[in-house]
Write a protein that binds this ligand. Sequence first.
Ligand SMILES: *Cc1c(COP(=O)(O)O)cnc(C)c1O
Length: 216
Amino acid sequence: MTPVDPTEVANRAAALRARIAAAGGDDVTVVAVTKTFDAGAIDAAIAAGFNDVGESYAQETLAKLPDVTGTPRVHFIGQLQRNKVRRLAPHVDVWQSVDRPELASEIANRAPNARIMVQVDISGEATKAGVDPQDLAMLLDHSRELGLEVIGLMGVAILAEPEAARPGFRRLRSLVDTHGLRHCCMGMTADLEIAIDEGSTMIRVGTQLFGERVQR
Ligand SMILES: *Cc1c(COP(=O)(O)O)cnc(C)c1O
């Protein structure tokens, strides 16, 4: 896991806030994505005013959290195998990447009444994670019947030029409205302005806050 310089994170945080303000996103929640960075990155995020942090890898998350000094709200945003849920359950506040009924069931077993988001495939590429939009209503019903609190939808746009993300973002926002949900979690370092323009309520930002990630 890569260490960070807290002063640099503070400077990057100011630049991020300027970008968000310029995009008209003053009410947007920032999830600071600390994957591949060490426990100090989580504390640096908290010091910079970001209490919501995003993690993508189960083993890495479990390894670093004991070394965190502060008390972040942990959003799990990565693809998740069912057998990882039990150990993560005491640490995760929002399960953002729920994309299939079996995973929702396991979360409901291990973390009753947990807060979740359903990840929707807005990439238009069959390879991306997320439930197919046509199966969304069923997964929402299933999750609610299990007692899970569905707080919104999340999506990851295609990795192309930022403007290519717009149709997918618009689609996700319209699904959030159709289902009367609170959060529309979309937008990352490269495309956060477009996401905010399309009605994001929560962005997930790694590179802008912590610098380039070293390949795992
Ligand atoms: C890594 C990751 C991010 C952060 O991406 P950046 O481009 O570094 O801001 C956001 N969302 C998900 C699902 C991720 O895996």
